[in-house]
Design a protein around this ligand. Structure first.
Ligand code: SAH
Length: 501
């Protein structure tokens, strides 16, 4: 089949602003060529085997010159079936997507454009500024703040920008705010016209500096805003007072580090971001399956399958399928789960959980499971139930020992959590809090620090733990105090943070 290059707009920064079509292509791409402005979280959706190439195009300093990016696209189109060229915002709004399209066409390569949400409109929107507004602005114009004319930078033609009913949006203009506002005032735009610079728009690092044409340049210098940033000029800017919404979230201004297993974007981090926090994710390990073969006969002897994680369900079922069986081999087996998420995962395989403890922790689980089994096997008081417990190979838990006191329990290693190199430095001055959702992450991330460093870290940074096992691991490392979620789920953790902040 012929290959296709997709020029995909990644949106302005908030990963949620990618289009459905764009995200589907990211998931199925064989190769993604991306630049600095596309949201890094989006790459987490790419497949394991997808080749990711960073061509780091920031305004004015190109890591890879445009000609070489063009050639790279052609080269990769020859190598792969589905190549995604991921660009910040929209591909055709100062994105040089047109040049890439022309080059591909010249070389006989098919391409498709997936437009994106441009920062020129979404940036102001997240700042509470509509680019048009009845009675205030009847048009808007998107202008480049630095125009290249050969080797010289030339000014935009400000004489055409004096209409007070036109909103002006300058991209790539942060270093030229003063020249831009001066040019507009000289062209006759009222000195009191509201204007703002929005940096890192639509992300949790969004910062806004507001003023008028007269004082904006000074204020921006003082605020030390960093790129990417856009400048917006016009009476619509004043509407922000009533329309702003983004900075009102409860965790706004907080920077959290979230430990995770596997390359997928962390669900917990996304939940914290939804409340306004800025998050960094640190992958401490990966899940790999431990293959095993089961027979229908041995499964027929199992009274209860006990699952304490969604991974346990997935990798057990994987082995069931690999053994040439399916859910029907479990028709007589009762299924016990630790909590709602595991129950939902089991349902995906067409199986409803028969038992779930009132509180999702192992102490309750063992106690309530015993009561459940006493009830179930009432008619046969001498019966010792046979329980299979598919779990992680290296997980430390004493659940099996507890269960063995009243049933025959066999632990099945169906997956393994293997460490991976970590790239995020655990610096005490950077994060307001660090989140751990499993003991292994805590050990891997903090184990390499000196005891003194761990102590200092915990004294200035909040350390959150999802539950007792994770807290115990942190305790063993001498990390204290630890804030443990009252309900041992991601939702429980987020509620815990909201209560504290
Ligand atoms: N194709 C992009 C624009 C690329 S030009 C789009 O449609 O958004 C790069 C410029 O876009 C930056 O210099 C900056 O002015 C603007 N920009 C991109 N992302 C931004 C963001 N998150 N916040 C503010 N400005 C942004």
């Amino acid at each position: 089949m012929a290959s296709m290059v997709y020029l995909v707009g990644a949106g302005p920064g908030d990963p949620g602003l990618v289009t459905v079509k764009g995200l589907e292509l990211i998931k199925k791409a064989d190769c993604i060529i991306y630049d600095r402005l596309s949201s890094p979280e989006l790459l987490g959706y790419a497949g394991m085997d997808c080749e990711r190439i960073y061509v780091g195009k920031a305004d004015r300093h190109h890591t890879l010159p445009q000609e070489q990016i063009n050639e790279l696209l052609v080269e990769k189109a020859k190598e792969y079936h589905c190549v995604v060229r991921l660009k910040g915002g929209d591909v055709f709004v100062f994105g040089r997507g047109g040049e890439e399209g022309l080059y591909l066409r010249e070389h006989g390569i098919s391409y498709t454009v997936v437009p994106g949400v441009t920062s020129a409109i979404a940036g102001p929107a997240y700042a509470g500024i509509p680019v048009t507004h009845r009675g205030v602005a009847t048009s808007f114009r998107v202008i480049t703040g630095h125009q290249k004319n050969g080797e010289d930078l030339s000014e935009p033609d400000f004489t055409t920008m004096s209409d007070s009913k036109e909103t002006l949006i300058f991209l790539m203009g942060l270093s030229r705010v003063r020249q831009i506002v001066d040019g507009l005032m000289q062209a006759g735009r009222n000195r009191q016209t509201p204007a703002a610079v929005i940096s890192h728009a639509t992300t949790e690092a969004q910062e806004i500096c507001e003023g008028t044409l007269e004082n904006l340049a000074d204020r921006v210098e003082e605020a030390k805003l960093t790129s990417p940033a856009l400048i917006i000029v016009g009476d619509v800017v004043a509407l922000r007072r009533q329309l702003h919404f983004f900075e009102e979230k409860p965790l706004w201004g907080k920077h959290y580090l979230v430990a995770k297993i596997g390359p997928k974007p962390s669900r917990l981090a996304a939940m914290l971001r939804a409340k306004g926090a800025y998050t960094s994710e640190c992958m401490t390990g990966e899940i790999v399956g431990v293959p095993a073969v089961y027979t229908a006969q041995e499964l027929a002897h199992v009274d209860v399958l006990l699952f304490t994680s969604a991974n346990g369900v997935d990798y057990f079922m994987k082995n069931v399928f690999a053994s040439g069986l399916d859910a029907r081999a479990l028709f007589h087996t009762r299924c016990a789960v630790i909590g709602q998420k595991t129950a939902e995962k089991l349902r995906e395989y067409g199986i409803c959980a028969d038992f779930m403890p009132e509180h999702s922790n192992s102490t309750n689980l063992a106690q309530e499971l015993k009561e459940y089994l006493d009830q179930e096997f009432r008619g046969d008081p001498f019966k010792r139930a046979v329980i299979w417990y598919p779990t992680a190979k290296n997980a430390k838990d004493n659940l099996v020992d507890t269960l063995l006191s009243f049933c025959d329990c066999g632990r099945l290693n169906v997956y393994e959590n293997v460490p991976c190199p970590m790239e995020v430095p655990v610096d005490k001055d950077v994060y307001d809090a660090i989140f751990f959702t499993c003991a292994s992450s805590a050990e891997r991330m903090l184990g390499s620090l000196k005891p003194q460093e761990r102590e200092t870290l915990a004294s200035v940074t909040d350390i959150y733990s999802i539950g007792p096992k994770c807290s115990a691991a942190l305790g063993e490392l001498g990390v204290s105090p630890v804030i443990e979620a009252a309900v041992n789920t991601y939702e429980g953790l987020v509620n815990c943070v909201l209560r504290k902040e």
